[in-house]
Design a binder for this molecule. Sequence first.
Ligand SMILES: Cc1cc2nc3c(=O)[nH]c(=O)nc-3n(C[C@H](O)[C@H](O)[C@H](O)COP(=O)(O)O)c2cc1C
Length: 202
Amino acid sequence: MLIDPKKQTFKENYKLMIGSILPRPIAFISTISQDGIHNLAPFSFFTGITSDPPTICFSPTRRGTDGEAKDTLKNIKATGEFVINIVNEAIVKEMNETATEFPPEVDEFLQSGLTAVPAEIVSAPLVKESPISFECKRLQVLEIGKAQAGGGFLVIGEIVMFHIKDSLLENGRINTELLNPVGRLAGAEYTKLGERFTLKRK
Ligand SMILES: Cc1cc2nc3c(=O)[nH]c(=O)nc-3n(C[C@H](O)[C@H](O)[C@H](O)COP(=O)(O)O)c2cc1C
């Protein structure tokens, strides 16, 4: 079947994308507003870009209801800093609590019961319960699409500090079995790591 995205609504295109690009890792992003309020929200349009410098990107879209930018983006634009916390099975329910569109004055750490701890370099806090956190500084924010629902932004950031739980690190590699990461599928569905297999490269 051929589907021309220009003949569909952004919601229909979104459904095809989230059902095809999966499983997606979840960047659980902590920021702080100019008024000092902590914010926490998950983003699964997220990936790494380069390792020198260690660079990641994620995309906060505009709110589907009114086309407004999300609090996470507003805070990153204002402070230039954020923290990406990795979501594992132990904190996935708490992560889900933070995905509600709370007004900017609501601290999502308090809503979810997760603990904010100070970072080493950036002003945004870490999620204490997360096994891995990346302190990040904003490199670029690109605006994509129109300034209305369906459009959004690509945030590119440099990792300036890795926080890795000691027990996960073995000879410089992460033990992914112990990490128990969670992936996002479409809609309300998530996945754990399933059966593994290896392929040798020639
Ligand atoms: C697992 C998960 C992944 C999400 N991924 C994204 C995403 O990639 N981009 C986005 O704009 N919103 C995403 N959302 C929705 C945001 O988390 C939600 O809009 C949140 O309320 C934004 O919070 P903020 O306004 O405090 O930044 C996701 C939600 C969940 C539960």
